[in-house]
Design a protein around this ligand. Structure first.
Ligand SMILES: *[C@@H]1O[C@H](CO)[C@@H](O)[C@H](O)[C@H]1NC(C)=O
Ligand SMILES: *[C@@H]1O[C@H](CO)[C@@H](O)[C@H](O)[C@H]1NC(C)=O
Ligand SMILES: *[C@@H]1O[C@H](CO)[C@@H](O)[C@H](O)[C@H]1NC(C)=O
Ligand SMILES: *[C@@H]1O[C@H](CO)[C@@H](O)[C@H](O)[C@H]1NC(C)=O
Ligand SMILES: *[C@@H]1O[C@H](CO)[C@@H](O)[C@H](O)[C@H]1NC(C)=O
Ligand SMILES: *[C@@H]1O[C@H](CO)[C@@H](O)[C@H](O)[C@H]1NC(C)=O
Ligand SMILES: *[C@@H]1O[C@H](CO)[C@@H](O)[C@H](O)[C@H]1NC(C)=O
Ligand SMILES: *[C@@H]1O[C@H](CO)[C@@H](O)[C@H](O)[C@H]1NC(C)=O
Ligand SMILES: *[C@@H]1O[C@H](CO)[C@@H](O)[C@H](O)[C@H]1NC(C)=O
Ligand SMILES: *[C@@H]1O[C@H](CO)[C@@H](O)[C@H](O)[C@H]1NC(C)=O
Length: 879
């Protein structure tokens, strides 16, 4: 137990004058050769006139201008890990009736609650390529969170993007393609916020693997490193690839963005001024707030001036009772280390996001669950077991969401192979369902905390991005129910290691085996069978490949269903004549069995692959860094491949079928129930004014400070009972002297140890690419309207997903990039429909590093339309 009195220790606040708190603690000798992040100060303040934010900011101003210094600090600082009901809570403003905001995971539904839905994972939602489903999924997830009392949802995940095919958390996001990721993320955000909760786009940025994302975690698995991984990215790649989905998030009006654990160019994500001040708030004009990932904050004043607005969960280290902010921030504002306007800006951004989604202070609902117990009664302050009261009201928030989940899971299933119309099934005589992945977890659907195990069917990955199942329909459940309806003989063997019985079953005449296999991954704090978040290999789990090969060696009608978090290696068996159909059923959530049944029996149309299926691990050209490569210092991961990840890489090194390393199934690929013909490509130019870089200056920093300099007024009030470990905004003592702060730099002025410009509140020049909602608004000017005709030339109704790719031309550019798509539903046989897409200025631009702006180069540009990244029958040059 820690004593409740925590001395003010501010030594870790120091930044070198030249830099935004880089990880200069290690490798000083080699520092010159390490990637470096340039300082960008001061931190851009709110623009209360930003379109879409005016009303929110006017309400925020009414509220924040009434707040005292302590109250403002309170709403920026988490109260500590497990200190209240949610995975994160900030302090409240009891005087004005605001309870502390509740932050709750996550990207596929509510974590740590009950009577909630487990939605399809991001990657399955992504594979549907359906804007309607994304919006609906967001709205339904948001309603559940809202009805439990959550204010801020910790999702969607739009990074990890998927640079590393085996990256542990790729499945939380929608696709490895930035355009598809951005589109799905933006619609999810719109849905969530329409339901009245603040969405959080995460993780900003380049958080592409689990290994070494946090140094202490790595020490836990045997690597003694003093600093977390640094992902080193050049400016062009950052803009054109990793930041692209975040632009869409900001454009969609996202209220919060979470900064990431690892370092970027050797500066931690939550104190990287180039990224938070420069890119996010400067260039993208982000008007919401930046929240730290849990324990991702490493400095107090340093992170404040670099653009962080809220610290989570508030304590420096879980349950330490100490915070970089709280008391520390109060003192820092009082003595001028953190400018007053910066604190006002934090509070304004947080409250503006809150009001923007329609929440009010007057009608703020109670939180009717606790993350830390499923009992009805428990401790409000779970970490220290204080304040026993009713925490859980078992409110059922699921509504009719199962229907959506079932549909979304089916439409996100990809049909990779279908020989001679093996599918859909039509009242088959005899089904033999094989494999553990068709069955239940022997310990129940929630048998493993945060889903951290491999037992039974895989319906989500593991980690914080999970939710509790209220039920889980297994494939075995649903297929048996269907079989009974059709008088189908049905036998299942839910075990990968029962070959004798399996052989006896699938060799019987007329048997149609469906072999279910899987491969999982998750977040780095859980190790499943040697997979520390990131996968350790790209093969199927539990002898899946051998099981498929065994079954198909004796049965000529074998169907394979894979529940996997991403691509797996299928080389050994995909082209076997005995394997008549292959389905990637993703990670579909609670309706898993119903979703796959709807596809197997042809009641729904399948989706398209949101990533490439390469022939080997090496064929991807990028990989997880599994071993530290910089001694005891921060492991260095150079994104030297630039934009060339997934299909951009495959198109470059193996453009043709048959080339060594060519994809087995390319990005965007997926069969339908029919055949389609593409014709009549029409590209209409729309004339726009030439692009004008943004000019001018901001207003000066607004501030509502006027604080009393008398430190006595900020000391812990005598009439408040202090909860142990709880993070408060109060000072422990009125003494701000050297002894109390224990700060070796005490007496130095802020100017001496903060980077130049960090305190400046004068009007600042606007970034040339900037604008208030994701950047210069001309980037969304429509330059071309594209149309094509899609005709169903087969005999069955089916959905089609036309895709539009553009080649931007020039040396070192990808062959083509996705710039449009649509899911056209239920196209009748013989009927034609029109695919329409707009090409914006942004879609045709490259990032010019020297101009620090987007430019349309003089290189010839081509547009293609087709059904996948490698099947593009229509083509036109753009003038
Ligand atoms: C990282 O360093 C590269 C190479 O110098 C530079 O292009 C890029 O802008 C830097 N990015 C950040 C976020 O510091
Ligand atoms: C700060 O928040 C805590 C927790 O909600 C609350 O108990 C306390 O009264 C707040 N302090 C102020 C100054 O409002
Ligand atoms: C949750 O239920 C409790 C008890 O019925 C209620 O006080 C609270 O307002 C509810 N919260 C929401 C968000 O409906
Ligand atoms: C890790 O390395 C540091 C610095 O080299 C050393 O002080 C510490 O004892 C090491 N810890 C472990 C667990 O080996
Ligand atoms: C202030 O921050 C320092 C780290 O810089 C920490 O050690 C100290 O405990 C914090 N003080 C309080 C009261 O949380
Ligand atoms: C790959 O990892 C999975 C899961 O840990 C394991 O079941 C499988 O045996 C591994 N494959 C190979 C070829 O080692
Ligand atoms: C595959 O078949 C061989 C015998 O041919 C058997 O030894 C092995 O256990 C089987 N493996 C699986 C996973 O079914
Ligand atoms: C296909 O199945 C038949 C049994 O029906 C078997 O004789 C043949 O060897 C199998 N072919 C392959 C490629 O596994
Ligand atoms: C102040 O720092 C010294 C030396 O680092 C340490 O021994 C002492 O415990 C610290 N005092 C407090 C109150 O944190
Ligand atoms: C403000 O207080 C902090 C914490 O004690 C200290 O590090 C800093 O030097 C002080 N600044 C001034 C100008 O006194």
């Amino acid at each position: 137990m820690r004593a409740s009195f925590v001395p003010l220790v501010l030594a870790a606040w120091l930044c070198t004058p030249a830099n935004a708190c880089p990880s200069s603690q290690v490798n000083l000798e080699t520092r010159d050769s390490l990637a470096y992040s340039p300082p960008v100060y001061p931190s851009p303040w709110m623009n209360a006139k930003a379109p879409g934010w005016e009303e929110a900011y006017s309400k925020a101003k009414d509220f924040v201008s009434q707040l005292t210094l302590l109250e403002k600090v309170n709403i920026t600082t988490g109260v500590g890990w497990m200190a209240e009901r949610c995975v994160g809570n900030v302090g409240g403003v009891p005087r004005l009736g605001l309870r502390g905001l509740c932050m709750q995971d996550g990207p596929l539904g509510i974590r740590f609650s009950d009577y909630t839905s487990a939605f399809p994972t991001g990657v399955t939602a992504g594979a549907s390529w359906s804007r309607d489903l994304w919006l609906e999924r967001g709205y339904k997830m948001g309603s559940e969170q809202r009805d439990k009392g959550v204010d801020v949802v910790l999702g969607p995940a739009i990074g990890a993007l998927g640079r590393n095919a085996m990256g542990g958390r790729n499945w939380e996001g929608f696709s490895v393609d930035p355009y598809l990721m951005g589109a799905a993320g933006a619609d999810t955000i719109r849905g969530l916020q329409k339901a009245g909760v603040v969405a959080t786009a995460k993780h900003f940025i380049a958080n592409e693997q689990e290994h070494f994302r946090q140094a202490p975690e790595a020490v836990g698995y045997g690597f003694n490193i003093s600093e977390s991984l640094s992902t080193n990215i050049d400016d062009k790649t950052l803009h054109e690839v990793y930041n692209w989905p975040f632009v869409d998030a900001v454009h969609a009006g996202v209220g919060a963005i979470m900064c990431s654990y690892q370092q970027i160019n050797n500066s931690y994500g939550c104190q990287n001024s180039k990224l938070m001040n420069g890119v996010l708030k400067g260039e993208l004009g982000f008007q919401g707030f930046v929240m730290a990932d849990w324990q991702a904050q490493h400095t107090g004043a340093g992170s404040a001036v670099a653009g962080l607005d809220m610290t989570m969960p508030g304590d420096t280290v879980f349950n330490s009772g100490a915070s970089y902010w709280g008391s520390n921030l109060t003192l820092a504002v009082l003595n001028g280390t953190v400018p007053e306007y910066r604190l006002d800006d934090m509070a304004m951004r947080i409250m503006a996001a809150y009001f923007k989604v329609g929440r009010t202070v007057e009608d703020q609902p109670d939180i009717n669950f606790s993350s830390w117990t499923r009992d009805t009664y428990g401790y409000v302050h779970a970490a220290v077991e204080e304040n026993w009261e009713q925490l859980n009201y078992q409110v059922d928030v699921r509504g009719d969401h199962a229907t959506h989940i079932r549909e979304s899971g089916a439409k996100g299933t990809v049909l990779l192979k279908n020989k001679d119309g093996a599918l859909p099934l039509k009242e088959p005589k005899f089904l033999a369902v094989i494999g553990e992945d068709a069955g239940p977890n022997s310990q129940g659907p929630n048998g493993c905390p945060d889903r951290g195990c491999a037992d039974g069917t895989l319906a989500m990955g593991w980690g914080s991005g999970t939710s509790e199942f209220s039920y889980l329909i297994t494939p075995d459940n649903a297929l048996q129910r269907q079989a009974l309806r059709d008088d189908t003989r049905y036998e299942s063997i839910l075990n990968n290691y029962a070959w004798e019985r399996t052989e006896a079953l699938v060799s019987q005449p007329g048997a149609i085996p469906i072999v279910f296999v899987n491969a999982g991954s998750g977040e780095g704090y859980i190790n499943v069978d040697g997979n520390r978040g990131d996968r350790k290999n790209m093969t199927l789990w539990k002898n899946g490949d051998e099981l498929i090969k065994n079954v198909s060696s004796i049965n000529p009608n074998t169907i394979v269903v894979m529940h996997t978090v991403g691509p797996v290696l299928v080389n050994d068996w995909y082209d076997s004549d005995n394997i008549t159909a292959i389905l990637w059923a993703g990670v579909p959530g609670q309706e898993s069995g119903n979703s796959i049944t709807d596809i197997l029996y042809g009641r729904e149309s399948p989706g398209r692959s949101p990533f490439t299926w390469g022939p080997s691990e090496e064929s991807y050209g990028t990989e997880v860094l599994y071993k530290p490569n910089n001694g005891g210092g921060a492991p260095q991961q150079d994104f030297s491949e630039g934009a060339f990840i997934d299909y951009r890489h495959f198109d470059k090194v193996a453009p043709n079928k048959g080339d060594k390393g060519a994809p087995i199934y390319e990005f965007g690929f997926g069969l339908s129930w029919t055949t389609f013909e593409y014709s009549n490509l029409v590209v209409k130019p729309r004339h726009q004014k030439p692009y004008k870089p943004t000019e001018g200056k901001t207003k000066k920093a607004p501030s509502w400070g006027n604080y009393s300099p008398n430190l006595e007024e900020y000391v812990f009030p005598g009439n408040v009972r202090r909860i142990d470990q709880f993070i408060y905004p109060y000072l422990n003592t009125a003494s701000s002297g050297k002894e109390a702060s224990n700060d070796t730099s005490y007496g130095q002025t802020a100017e001496e140890f903060l980077p130049p410009g960090a305190l400046d509140g004068k009007p600042q020049p606007l970034h040339p690419a900037s604008g208030p909602n994701g950047g210069n608004s001309q980037l969304w000017d429509v330059m071309y309207e594209v149309e094509a005709t899609i005709t169903n030339t087969g005999k069955t109704i089916s959905d089609e997903v036309p895709q539009l790719y553009v080649s931007l031309g020039g040396e070192g550019e990808p062959v083509r990039v996705l710039r449009g798509f649509d899911r056209l539903e239920r196209i009748q046989p013989g009927k034609s429909v029109t695919f329409r897409a707009d090409i914006t200025r942004r879609d045709l631009s490259n990032w010019d590093v020297s101009k620090q702006n987007w430019v349309i180069t003089k290189e010839p540009k081509t547009v293609w339309v087709g059904s996948s990244s490698r099947n593009l029958p229509l083509k036109a040059e753009l003038q």
